[in-house]
Design a protein around this ligand. Structure first.
Ligand code: FDA
Length: 307
């Protein structure tokens, strides 16, 4: 992993850095750029705007690494409220939810996380939409795939995320590329050691293409989460090669990242879904975005220096 990226991801766990980021003048602008508001109503408003522009969305109620069952229950309530709101506003056909299992207590009680995830999936089914479970750091990969596997027995449309930076991911793609599966492929956003993940970004890109080929050759629904223009081009070509029509796979990008590109792809007939985070627990999410992109980081650092 590149030194700057691993430095930021390590600093993200430091309380002094957290306080500095929270109080920096540029933080509010960055949060507003990448987070679609603090509550369900503002997320629905942003989501509706994207749907009206021809895009799909996946709503992410921010929160992770919960160590408390009461907070995990709060996350569930937020998702149930969001799912009902998607149904009532009539956008459930173009909008689903993305969930981090660590926000449901996965780190301290896997069976609790499964039980809470079941409630979210049952409500999603009733509201006419789907759920995709985000993938977090590699210590949770097996647990997340176990939970997703259990959920898929009742709700085969439950989606999983796989991270191209992990050595294991080509094998996980092959295991999950069967009928009815939904898999989001992304590069991976966490600080991972070299014994589990490719340290070289070029190797990650090669792995992404290998994994994309496996998913496109399979029978499932493939979702490509990337802003990388080279990967978007390669996947568009490979999809044609595998005779995949737009709508049998999709591109996904994060809210606030390459919005013109999102619209351009949709204008070319591709299905494009925007990952739309909302809520107050934006810190971990924002730090991963800073670590990914020097342009975001320099914008933020300028605001700290000019205090
Ligand atoms: P990357 O950041 O490597 O950028 C490659 C190139 O793309 C850049 O050099 C630049 O040329 C171009 N580029 C990128 N951003 C740009 C911009 N804003 N403007 C112009 N050019 C730009 N991770 C994870 O671990 N678990 C998860 O569950 C998810 N979920 C998820 C959902 C969705 C919808 C997305 C898009 C991403 C995730 N991720 C994730 C994050 C993912 O793993 C990864 O960290 C980021 O997407 C960054 O990688 P990229 O593939 O976008 O390209």
């Amino acid at each position: 992993m590149e030194p700057l990226r691993s430095l930021i991801l390590a600093a993200a766990r430091n309380n002094a850095v957290r306080d500095l980021v929270a109080s920096a003048p540029g933080t509010r602008a960055l949060v507003e750029r990448f987070v679609a508001g603090a509550d369900t109503a503002s997320a629905i408003e942003a989501g509706r705007g994207l749907v009206d522009a021809g895009l799909s969305v996946t709503m992410d109620y921010l929160g992770e690494d919960t160590t408390d069952a009461a907070l995990a229950e709060q996350s569930v309530q937020a998702y149930l409220e969001m799912l009902d709101a998607l149904r009532v506003t009539g956008i459930a056909g173009q909008a689903e939810v993305s969930v981090k299992l660590s926000a449901l207590g996965q780190r301290f009680d896997e069976s609790l996380a499964l039980a809470l995830a079941e409630r979210i999936c049952a409500r999603a089914q009733r509201c006419g939409t789907t759920v995709t479970f985000d993938m977090e750091d590699h210590r949770t990969t097996d647990s997340t795939l176990r939970i997703v596997g259990a959920l898929r027995r009742e709700w085969p449309w439950v989606g999983a995320v796989l991270q191209a930076y992990l050595y294991r991911t080509a094998a996980d793609c092959a295991a999950l590329a069967g009928p009815e599966s939904r898999v989001r492929l992304c590069k991976g956003a966490y600080a991972e050691p070299a014994d589990v993940a490719y340290p070289d970004p070029h190797e990650v890109d090669l792995s992404y293409v290998r994994c994309a080929n496996i998913l496109l050759a399979g029978d499932g629904y493939a979702m490509f989460g990337t802003h990388d223009p080279r990967l978007v081009r390669i996947i568009t070509e490979r999809a044609r090669w595998y005779d995949r029509k737009p709508g049998s796979y999709e591109f996904q990008m994060l809210y606030g990242m390459r919005p013109q590109e999102q619209l351009r792809l949709a204008g070319e007939g591709e299905k494009v879904r925007v990952y739309l985070p909302y809520g107050r627990q934006w810190y971990g999410y924002l730090m991963r975005r800073l670590a990914e992109r020097p342009a975001n980081l320099s914008f933020f650092l300028r605001s700290v220096v000019s205090r």
